[in-house]
Design a protein around this ligand. Structure first.
Ligand code: UDP
Ligand code: MG
Length: 333
């Protein structure tokens, strides 16, 4: 990660206290997919947080929460509707089907009210204690504040190691991402308006947001364990998201194919000359099977891999040219 490109502003200890500025209207944006097990607790904690932030004059009294129901098949939407009935600070958007976390989050950001928006997961893994620090960073001038996990104690070893390798790969490919940042972040209204100009269907928000280029800061937090329920991000969804990060933000893999093809071609020409030399100048019989069959399998697999990589781009071009809506809102309260 190149901090300069991220336009990170240095925290200024001498910054004027926030109380002098007029508190802004905050909306917490929370995508939910089958989260009935955790949602009542999440609602209670977020409302308590809003009370505290309002009392400390960090946000205005009309601040609220917008839940985005990503086509849940359980009682998630009923819980949101019931909560909304006796708490006007709660809002809800129901998508017409399950469009995935990134699209649900985008639907929330583009449709929620507020001058400042903070996105977080429904399962209380993102530490609410980091939110006042995010608001302070915003008051100091950051239009975007990234929540960065300081420790991943509650993630499995597999998740931690694959995440590390993935961030390394993305940086090698020239993709500007904030390491250990998922989608727990603050964005100003201006930043969200800029985000709405990115119309891509293959969404990888943590790749797009640094491209917006506004002044940003990092706030570290310790990621909690999921409060209740099970992960809604099975390995297949995680791989799909990771592939979007590569194919939507870097064309370096296409260059790899070309370079690799070139190297293999040179090697084959060399091997050809060697075989000719053996045939013309020695009496040794050529080793037949291995030297024929192994390169065949090897080159076959290289070709399949190359086609797969090109396919990754072609399938995305296909989805982008169709320009289908990224989400469809069924109801909004
Ligand atoms: N989520 C969503 N749509 C999906 C999958 C997940 O809106 O198709 C939401 C989910 O409800 C949660 C957030 O995205 O608020 C992160 O999901 P989860 O906590 O299951 O992922 P993990 O933390 O295990 O990576
Ligand atoms: Mg989670």
């Amino acid at each position: 990660m190149a901090p300069a490109r991220l336009n990170l502003v240095e925290p200024r200890p001498s910054a004027p206290p926030l109380r002098r500025a007029k508190p802004k209207r905050l909306t917490l944006v929370v995508p939910c997919f089958n989260e009935e097990a955790v949602l009542p607790e999440t609602i209670a904690r977020l409302i308590a947080l809003l009370d505290e932030l309002t009392a400390r004059r960090l946000v205005s009294a009309d601040s609220g929460v917008t839940f985005v129901d990503d086509g849940s098949r359980d009682a998630t939407w009923d819980i949101i509707e019931t909560a909304q009935a006796d708490e006007p600070r709660i809002g809800g958007i129901r998508l017409s089907g399950n469009r995935g976390h990134q699209h649900a989050l985008l639907a929330g950001l583009l449709n929620a009210p507020g001058e400042v928006l903070i996105s977080l997961d429904a399962d209380l893994q993102d530490d609410l204690g980091a939110i006042p620090r995010m608001l302070e960073a915003h008051a100091r001038g950051a239009a975007i504040v990234y929540g960065v996990r300081s420790r991943r104690r509650h993630d499995t070893v597999f998740k931690r190691q694959t995440a590390r390798a993935y961030y390394w790969l993305l940086r090698r490919l020239g993709v500007d991402v904030v390491a250990d940042h998922a989608d727990f972040r603050l964005m100003s209204r201006q930043a969200v308006d800029a985000l709405s100009g990115f119309t891509e269907v293959n969404l990888f928000l943590r790749g797009i947001v640094p491209l917006l280029g506004f002044p940003s800061e990092i706030v570290t937090y310790e990621r909690n364990a999921r409060f209740a329920g099970e992960t809604k991000y099975p390995l297949s969804k995680m791989i799909a998201l990771a592939a979007n990060g590569v194919f939507s933000f870097s064309t370096v893999p296409l260059q790899w194919i070309t370079i690799f093809g070139f190297v293999v071609a040179l090697g084959s020409v060399g091997a050809g000359f060697w075989a000719l030399g053996v045939r013309l100048f020695t009496a040794r019989a050529l080793p037949g099977w291995a030297s024929t069959v192994i390169p065949m399998y090897f080159l076959g697999s290289v070709q399949l891999l190359a086609i797969g990589i090109i396919g990754g781009y072609v399938s995305r071009i296909y989805a982008e040219t169709k320009r289908r809506p990224r989400f469809i809102i069924e109801k909004s309260i």
